[in-house]
Unconditional design. Structure first.
Length: 101
């Protein structure tokens, strides 16, 4: 490399820390990982992986049958019993961050 350019990116601290920990285990500096990613973008002529909207869309009560509603409520109850619930404050934070709600 004959020269370098600065790149500034804002990321959530938790994501940065987790990535740094993994890259450290691989003995790869963050700057090299970013360079590798950008090189792959060039090679692929776009993102080097499939990008999909994985956020589940909220269900609309008016569009559900009684059976579908019962099934969704049962899924919710099962997750609560397993301790997989998410605190309301975290749900509010996610909705605000993802949807500006």
């Amino acid at each position: 490399m004959t020269g370098t350019a600065n790149l500034f990116a804002r990321v959530e601290p938790e994501i940065k820390e987790k990535a740094e920990n993994i890259l450290s285990e691989l003995d790869i500096p963050m700057s090299y990982a970013v360079t590798m990613f950008l090189e792959q973008v060039i090679i692929h002529g776009g993102m080097p992986f499939e990008v999909k909207d994985t956020v589940k869309k909220p269900l609309c009560l008016e569009d559900m049958t009684k059976e579908e509603l019962d099934a969704e409520l049962e899924k919710g109850m099962k997750s609560i019993r397993k301790g997989q619930g998410i605190p309301a404050e975290e749900v509010r934070e996610r909705m605000h961050r993802l949807h500006g709600i």
